[in-house]
Design a binder for this molecule. Structure first.
Ligand code: SF4
Length: 396
């Protein structure tokens, strides 16, 4: 495609499916730079120049499900299972709040027993209680990533959080291609995954007031650019507030070894294109730079930021548990203490012209707009994205 035509195309606000597929498939380095630069500028314009932290606490690798691509699926008996104590989880969340992280993300394998559901309630109550401060008057923001559950369970956790203004849930649907989804999840048993059910969960989360996050795996062998385009259309249908997606990576503990993995260089570019196109099509949503990008490129997360991400999730799980939470092979930072991760990350973010949103929870602009009362005036700060544009972003 002619460079001038491409430069024009990326500035559009609306795209046809054909245009999305074309942008996703860019491989020429100069073309990819054009896409990257527009995604970065659009992020500055719509979201500001800050990147927000979600301190990631992987508090348990016990899971009742058997997703075939996952290193901690139930049937993998090589994994040493763990559940952090309530005190350990709360301690990490308080540490994050004291370090200036505006929010934390609690992630675990999926469990449905009452003991676990209640345990999560107690953890959330205590985190809220211990992180309310003059700097964080509503306590540290919470993102949950705990799998598929009935609406009543989501509601119980929302109540326990004590902070619905800063409450998020990440439930990726992984792929909108029904056949591919079934292939990845075809594990007979009562906790077998179902794509329609995942969408019902997203609806229930919205009804409970969560900021709804979803996402997909990029570059699953057999997945086409048209599939990824449909994934982006599905993000629009779900009306997602935030997106978390990363490359499809193999795991020794999974049972899809035969499926293989795409060439790392191609997979990296496809992942970056997907991030950029999602930014251009969806606009003012939060997009996380997945740690998985670092497996393909040492500077993968920074590249994610350049292509439109505005969220990072530094791993703050205690070192002794890190090795047990390997959803995919060669996970980075499993030997770094949280303090090392945080300082190294800030340097990486600054190197890409962004700042860290210290003590801010970083709600997505989309969610703020949706929930603003008709007469509510928001406190704005101005952020200059370039010489020509002066735009206004809420300081939150
Ligand atoms: S992807 Fe999530 S639900 Fe599926 S097996 Fe892994 S941890 Fe469990």
């Amino acid at each position: 495609m002619l460079k001038e035509k491409l430069k024009q195309l990326v500035t559009q606000k609306q795209f046809t499916d054909e245009e999305i597929v074309l942008l996703l498939g860019l491989t020429d380095p100069e073309d990819c730079r054009i896409l990257r630069d527009e995604a970065y500028a659009r992020t500055t314009e719509l979201m500001g120049d800050k990147v927000y932290y979600r301190g990631l606490i992987e508090f348990s690798n016990i899971c009742t499900a058997n997703c075939r691509y996952c290193g901690i699926r139930k049937a993998n008996h090589q994994v040493n299972r763990y559940l952090m104590t309530k005190e350990e989880i709360v301690e990490q969340a308080v540490w994050a709040a004291n370090q200036g992280y505006g929010s934390v993300c609690l992630q675990s394998g999926e469990r449905h027993d009452e003991k676990y559901i209640n345990f999560v309630c107690e953890v959330l109550e205590e985190i809220h209680q211990k992180t309310v401060s003059p700097i964080l008057p509503n306590g540290v923001g919470i993102t949950l990533s705990l799998g598929d559950h009935p609406k009543e369970v989501y509601e119980r956790w929302a109540q326990a959080s004590g902070n619905r203004e800063n409450l998020r849930y990440l439930a990726r649907f992984e792929t909108s291609n029904q056949k591919l989804f079934d292939y990845l999840h075809s594990t007979p048993g009562k906790n077998e995954k179902n794509l329609q059910h995942r969408f019902e969960c997203l609806k229930a989360l919205r009804e409970c007031g969560y900021q709804v996050g979803t996402g997909v795996m990029i570059g699953i062998p057999g997945q086409t650019l048209e599939d990824l385009c449909r994934d982006i259309r599905t993000f629009q249908k779900v009306d997602a507030d935030m997106i978390g997606m990363g490359p499809y990576l193999m795991s020794e503990g999974a049972e899809l070894g035969a499926l293989g993995q795409r060439n790392p260089k191609e997979l990296m570019q496809l992942s970056l294109n997907m991030i950029a196109v999602t930014r251009l099509v969806l606009g003012n949503v939060n997009i996380a730079a997945a740690t998985a990008l670092q497996v393909l490129e040492p500077e993968g997360r920074e590249m994610g930021i350049e292509y439109g991400c505005n969220i990072v999730m530094p791993n703050i799980s205690p070192l002794k548990y890190r090795a047990g939470y390997q959803l995919y092979d060669n996970k980075p930072c499993i030997e770094d203490e949280p303090t090392q991760c945080a300082s190294c990350l800030e340097r990486r973010i600054l190197s890409r012209g962004r700042k860290v949103g210290w003590n801010l929870s970083g709600s997505s602009r989309k969610w703020l707009q949706r929930n603003r009362k008709p007469d509510e005036k928001l406190p704005f700060v101005s952020v200059k994205s370039d010489e020509k544009r002066q735009i206004w972003i809420k300081a939150i």
